[in-house]
Structures are given as C-alpha cells and as structure tokens.
Design a protein around this ligand. Structure first.
Ligand code: MN
Length: 248
C-alpha cells in the first residue's frame, strides 16, 4: 500500500488537516506529522537553535513543536522509518495565491517534500477570515490528484499548489500560473496602553493583476487552481542577459 505523509501549517488540530487525512485513507496509508499549534506564514523556516519535541498523538499521527518544514524533515529523516510515496499539505484555511506562496507554511511543507525527492502538493481553501469553511470539495479533489500523482509522479523539483474556492458549485479545475497581488496598506499602526507605538501586519489586499491563466483568475471564476511551482528559482533569461551585460 502507498504511504502518504500529511502535514499543514494550521496545526495538528485543524479541521482541514483532519478532513484531508481521512479522505486520503482511500488511496493510501496516511501518516500525519504536523505542528502542535498554528504556524501559518512560517514560510520555509527550519528550526536549528533549539531541540524539537515530538508527541505521538495516535498510531500514525505525531505533533511537533516546530514549523511545517521541520515536520516534513523530521518525518522523513527521523520519525518514520520509510520514505513516503507522497506528501500532501493542507487543507489550509485561507488561499495561497500569487505571492502568498513565499510566506506560506502550507506550501513550504510541500517544498520540503519536493526537496527530499518526494512528489508533493499543497491544498488551500480560499476563504475570508470569518467565513464558514466547507472542505468537502477540496478533500475530494486532493484524493483524485493524489491518485494521479502516485501513479504518474511529478516533474523534477516541481510541486503543485492547489487552491479551491469555498463554494459548492465549483466549475472544474484549471492549470494556472502564479498570479501577482496588488499590495495595499496592510500594516496597522496603533498605540499600546503604555503609550508606545506598535504595528500589526494586517490582511493582504484582495486585489490582483488581472492576467489570463493565473491562480487568482481561476478562483475568481469559480475554478480550482492547480499551479506547478518550480523550486529552481534561477531566472534563466536573466542569466544569459547578465552574462552578456554585467561588467564590473
Ligand atoms: Mn495556515
């Protein structure tokens, strides 16, 4: 039986993770290694300056007091005594669209899987803060995608970033490119009870550049978005250009 490692950045008690892990049982043996609390926007950080503690929650579930990246790294190199066939991260409560992926702990868990040579994808449900979540469609899609990836694999150094609209009448899915958010004034400045200023990084702007084929556009039009993300960040066009033009 295929072995699937599931993680997230909303923490091991998050509903999205529970729904995902349960749904994936239909395509393989599921192991959960996830942060013991919410680590959203933890990015691809690895904990190097303190020990990591692991708590076994059940036969195939472990909570780690670290980041999503720590979880995948520890699972593969320490906790599990085998290499999983697939890593699935999610289902995140909130979209990971466009530039969000550079901050996302959800996507980073899939990045870590990819760096370790395991086919990986991340799934996020696009919701507003207060909105009621329905993970059913996202979990169903994750199961279908998991069977595809288990059978066909993924290109080298490539993960899939999946975003699912939070609605019942989803029109289908689109293969998309990473979109671009239009940044607004997201930082809130306030004064604390002792008269000292503090800042709070607020919500992202909901506006985005209206390009064709982007993740934003697919979601906006009611489709699931599947973006292949390449972990070789080299800009090859720029590489050639710099070789020709950079003389210092
Ligand atoms: Mn999250």
């Amino acid at each position: 039986m295929k072995k699937i490692l599931v993680s997230n950045d909303d923490g091991i008690h998050a509903e999205g993770l529970k729904v995902l892990a349960k749904a994936l049982e239909s395509v393989g043996e599921v192991y959960v290694v996830a942060p013991d609390r919410e680590r959203s926007a933890a990015s691809h950080s690895l904990t190097l300056h303190r020990p990591l503690r692991v708590t076994r929650i059940s036969e195939r579930a472990y909570a780690v007091d670290g980041t999503p990246t720590d979880c995948i790294n520890l699972a593969v190199n320490g906790i599990l005594h085998f290499t999983p066939d697939l890593v699935v991260s999610g289902i995140n409560r909130g979209g990971n669209l466009g530039d969000d992926i550079t901050y996302s702990g959800t996507v980073s868990a899939a990045m870590e899987g990819t760096l370790l040579g395991i086919p990986s994808f991340a799934v996020s449900l696009v919701v507003d803060y207060e909105e009621e979540c329905d993970f059913t469609e996202a979990a169903g899609f994750a199961v279908r995608l998991a069977s595809y990836v288990l059978e066909r694999g993924l290109p080298r150094d490539t993960l899939l970033n999946v975003n699912v609209p939070n609605r019942g009448d989803i029109k289908g899915y689109r293969i998309t490119k990473q979109g671009k958010r239009i940044y607004g004034e997201a930082v809130v400045e306030k004064v604390d009870p002792r008269g000292k200023k503090y800042y709070w990084i607020g919500a992202n702007s909901t506006r985005w550049h209206d390009d064709e084929d982007t993740d934003f556009k697919a979601i906006d039009e009611g489709f699931i978005s599947v973006t292949p993300i390449h972990l070789d960040l080299t800009n090859y066009a720029s590489l050639e250009e710099l070789k020709r033009s950079l003389i210092l």
